[in-house]
Ligand binder design. Sequence first.
Ligand SMILES: N[C@@H](CCC(=O)N[C@@H](CS)C(=O)NCC(=O)O)C(=O)O
Length: 245
Amino acid sequence: MGSSEETVISLFTFPPTFGLRNVSPFCLRVEMALTHLDIPFEIVLESNPAKGPKNKLPFIISNNEIIDDSELIYLHLDQLTDGQLFEGLSPTDYGIGCAFTRLVDDHLYWLIVASRWLDDDWFPNVYKGFFGAFPPVVRDLISALARRQMRKTLDLQGLGRHSLNQQKAFARRDLQALANVLTDSRYIVGNKLSVFDFSITSMLSGLLDNVPGTWVTAIGQEFPELQHYADRIQAEVGVYGRTKP
Ligand SMILES: N[C@@H](CCC(=O)N[C@@H](CS)C(=O)NCC(=O)O)C(=O)O
């Protein structure tokens, strides 16, 4: 495993909330990759993403180097282990894995965000989960500002401009696309566990294991094959998104 045996990596992730031990799918997938590669690491709980170099989590500190973005962290871990993370993936596997990762990260993720932040009935969970530690007046102010910012982001991204029913239909088509592939296959690409299973599973856990469920959770439950897949991958790696495995 190259020099990784001497390396202790610090992984900065959000504190548990919404029934999720690791609430960010991007943080969870890095935890899965580190565990899979048997690299020693510690988890550092950080509730303020502004501590990251680009105001987002995850980031890691590895040999005094700060690396952010789960995809860039994957590349770093691959390099650290002389290519073990992407080992055995054909160009076709890579192409399909990359495309499905983009589907969950750049489309489905934003519907999960919308289901938490834009839904008036669900927003009290965001208020409590993300802002509960602040004193009451500050909490009201910053949660309202953050919600306004999130509306703007979703508007710019585009999905926020659709009606709730249209957003639900987009989520259902994303999940159907995944279910079409995962019904007959054990893994998202090829015939063994790969880094792309971490990316897909972390996002599925984020939506299926979210407590209380959002409207995306309810749509996810229409596809039991996705729950089976996510459970199987988490059991194989030994890392779970939910608080209680
Ligand atoms: N492309 C990034 C996405 C990371 C990301 O969006 N993290 C979210 C949490 S799930 C975050 O830190 N959001 C805080 C913010 O945007 O203020 C990755 O793969 O790591």
